[in-house]
Design a protein around this ligand. Sequence first.
Ligand code: PXG
Length: 442
Amino acid sequence: MSGFAPNDLEAFWLPFTPNREFRRAPRLLVGAEGVWYRTADGRRVLDAAAGLWCCNAGHGHPRIVEAIRRRAGVLDYAPPFQFAHPDAFTLAARLRDLFPGDLDHAFFCNSGSEAVDTALKIALAYHRARGEGQRVRLIGRARGYHGVGFGGLSVGGIGANRRLFGPLLPGVDHLPHTLLEANRFARGRPPRGAELADALEDLLERHGSETVAAVIVEPVAGSIGVYPPPVGYLERLREITARHGILLIFDEVITAFGRLGAGSAAEALGVRPDMITLAKGLTSGTVPMGGVMVRREIHRVLVEESPAPEWGIELPHGYTYSAHPLATAAALATLDVYRDEDLFARAAALAPVFEERLHALRDALHVRDIRNLGLMGAVELEPRPGAPGARGFDAMRRAFFGHDLLIRVTGDTIALSPPLVTGEAELELLFARLEAVLRELD
Ligand code: PXG
């Protein structure tokens, strides 16, 4: 076990964690460098999850650390309402250049959950400003994860996350998820399932397409356990939404900033949404930050052509810490690192090796499916009879305590998202350790 515990494990209520089990055997991380975590009992643990899908540049990158440090000593805080600081503009312009086409305005917040709620609100306000205030419905997808705000939870489709919290937003419906039995062990984008996007036509027929404001999907569903989109699926969603005047939002909280070997999934997969939500890799996980990239037309309608008087606020939305100086400093340094170390290309080059090693686990005990795209991978295990999630949880614990490997599990699915700086030797070590974990699982 950990060999170390802080004096008191009672006061802190851990998020999305079995708290009682944690107190018995706490997993405490006290340092991090590159692709390694250091534990309270002095072990070095290989990070196969980029923290939580976020530390794409690796841990403790000196340029990012220094930028945060320097900024903290110069400008600790600037109010984001009615005032601003220069880095916020620089960052927005850098992001405009990174994202494809006319996704050229950035709205900042502090997390993926806030990014999703922001995008949904912008969608509703946009239609209303255009005289289509009847467009109030939002469509998500079964098994989608869009954070934990009431908006994101409403369009999200993971039952366990929703059930406790009441009726959520009205007027929300969901597309079917895209996991097909026939695609088991497919590599990359699975060949079957583009027609699942046609379910959107059915929803539009049911509700009246003129009542729908936006469709939101993760281009690759992450949290549920890596569901890459079937070939042609996202293209079809784009075609249907465009035809009906409905906005398409890509939730790229996980997929942006190199995870798929490009700046965004929109670029990697060649499909252009109307908004993109961001967080995680935006600062490589170092300082909380989220954002929404918005197409020019939406910004034009809501801001440039706003009927508000000159002293009137065009969109009553924002957060105390929108574009916080420490976050913008971290993001700017992170974007420099991505560019100067060519990390998106490095991820693209590593992806085939990752795919090869991942699919070599196919014949390991209990494995029922393997999925991957870019540097996102999942090994889905057969659940233990009558105890869904137990085997996955056991894998995570054994990996951490017995094999010095940090993995993410969701139910009985092991999710991998190594930092983009992971070298081939480290990747080899990652899979050797994961194999050892799978060998000892009962
Ligand atoms: N959208 C997507 C697509 C996400 O993956 C969020 C929104 C919410 O971001 P914040 O910053 O509010 O947490 C996420 C977050 C998991 C896991 O189980 C994934 C996330 C968060 C926690 C756990 O893999 N992604």
